[in-house]
Design a protein around this ligand. Structure first.
Ligand code: HMG
Length: 417
């Protein structure tokens, strides 16, 4: 395995050359890499309504994430400076300590039919339970193609919440996110549920609270791999506790986790709103919003764990339409949905480690603002070589802001021929 140390200091073309040497790409992916091919307008126009154009964001890679003893190249799409640097940084440190281990307990999607106006809630619940097998068959008949792929409706659960009887359908949607599949099944069983319950159906819809698609990523980092060693590790465990007890901190803590998660979810063409909604609901499963990760010290190691609902897909939706998404899957080596879920959770945990490490040592501004300096230079109007000159002067100063960047650029231009 080559060392990717200093990968970020190379030019874009040098990075592409390294990736092409290390990986075998299809001709289509090579063209996407070489020509920066994006989503074609005719396809974009079919994907959404009132279409007027496409919208680009930077795509990057973290070239050596060690997960379950395999090395992955993670494609990332983000607009935020320092997210990629932080993930690069953390993946190198954690990789030297054995990398990440991930596990997926299950991968079932959940949908619900909410019944109301019932003459007798308990009786309706009992009647529906008696017809469980028929209802599951009916659900499968509403989306038969999934049966051929080995998936299908698996279970029915019922719950009374105030005056609602809620019927939850659990289905194995294989590699897809499964929203259409589940919604077809739910709409297929709805009339029968209404008949059995003698009530009315308010709605039938997939739930994004994907508690049957949990993934866990863990890492164990030896103290001597952590800058600042045991003292930094202890402070990271304190930061982890703070995010458990204070929702104000928990929201920011989790935002840091999503810096990594969203970047990979976006690159793989997945529905990031669904993932975010499910994970934030999971963060307040006991009634208080809490940090999603936990860090503790075990035998001279800092141990990080992150468990999340992760119904990420490798097929369906717009996956397969966008050339950059296809490229992302090639970079990843075409993982299945469970493997991808583990990679996403690892990216979240790595990002969290980098942010906490920075917060409890140097503070966030040193690293983050150092990298934001380039964006500020460009916002001030700097172009070409001037961008790095202005950014460097900003980094040398104490405070970094747009006004400073404009002043530096003005001075620079006065001195240019
Ligand atoms: P550093 O120690 O100054 O880095 O950290 P370095 O220059 O010594 O380089 C060390 C390694 O970092 C490099 O190794 C790279 O792996 C990586 P090398 O390849 O040189 O052998 N690295 C980079 N990778 C890509 N591009 C770069 C780059 N620079 C270093 N330009 C670093 C610098 C930014 C990594 C560190 O300060 C850090 O991790 N900071 C955290 C940044 C962060 O979390 N940013 C997200 C935005 S802030 C936020 O939204 C979330 C937050 O609020 C969440 C929370 O509160 O929990 C913080």
């Amino acid at each position: 395995m080559p060392s990717y140390s200093g990968f970020h200091k190379k030019t874009r073309q040098e990075r592409l050359d390294i990736l092409m040497q290390e990986k075998t790409f299809t001709p289509e992916a090579l063209e996407t890499l070489n020509t920066d091919r994006n989503l074609p307008e005719p396809i974009a126009g079919q994907m959404v309504e009132n279409h007027i154009g496409t919208f680009a964001l930077p795509m990057s890679v973290v070239p050596e994430m060690l997960v379950n003893n395999e090395t992955y190249t993670l494609p990332l799409v983000t607009e935020e400076p320092s997210v990629v640097a932080a993930l690069n940084y953390a993946s190198q440190i954690i990789g030297k300590s054995g990398g990440f281990a991930t596990s997926v307990q299950n991968r079932l999607m959940i949908g619900q039919v909410a019944l109301y106006d019932l003459p007798d809630l308990e009786e309706a619940k009992a009647t529906i339970c008696q017809h469980k097998a028929e209802i599951i068959d009916l659900a499968n008949a509403s989306h038969p193609s999934i049966l051929k792929r080995g998936g299908g409706a698996r279970d029915l659960r019922l719950d009374i919440k105030e005056d609602f009887l809620i019927v939850y359908l659990l289905a194995d949607v294989k590699e897809a996110m499964g929203a259409n599949m589940i919604n077809n099944m739910l709409e297929g069983i709805k009339p029968y549920l209404v008949e059995l319950s003698q009530g009315q159906a308010l709605m039938a819809i997939l739930s994004n609270y994907a508690t049957e698609s949990l993934v866990t990523a863990t890492c164990r980092i030896a103290f001597d791999r952590i800058p600042g060693g045991q003292e930094t590790a202890k402070k990271i465990t304190l930061a982890s506790r703070l995010a458990q007890v204070d929702p104000y901190r928990a929201a920011t803590h989790n935002k840091g986790i999503f810096n990594g998660i969203d970047a990979l979810v976006l690159a793989t063409g997945n529905d990031w709103r669904a993932i975010e909604a499910g994970c934030h609901a999971y963060a307040c499963q006991d009634g208080q919003y809490r940090g999603l990760s936990s860090w503790s010290i075990v035998d001279d190691q800092l141990v990080g764990t992150l468990t999340l609902p992760m119904p990420i897909a490798t097929v369906g939706g717009s996956i397969g339409l966008n050339p950059k998404v296809k490229l992302a899957f090639e970079l990843l080596g075409h993982p299945d949905a469970k493997t991808l879920a583990g990679l996403v959770a690892s990216a979240g945990l790595a990002q969290n480690f980098a942010a906490l490490r920075a917060l409890v040592t140097t503070g966030i501004q040193a690293g983050h603002m150092k990298l934001q300096a380039k964006s500020l230079a460009m916002l001030a109007g700097a172009q070409g070589d001037d961008i790095e000159i202005v950014a460097q002067k900003l980094r040398e100063g104490q405070h970094t802001n747009l006004e400073k960047a404009k002043n530096i650029l003005e001075e620079l231009r006065k001195n240019q021929p």
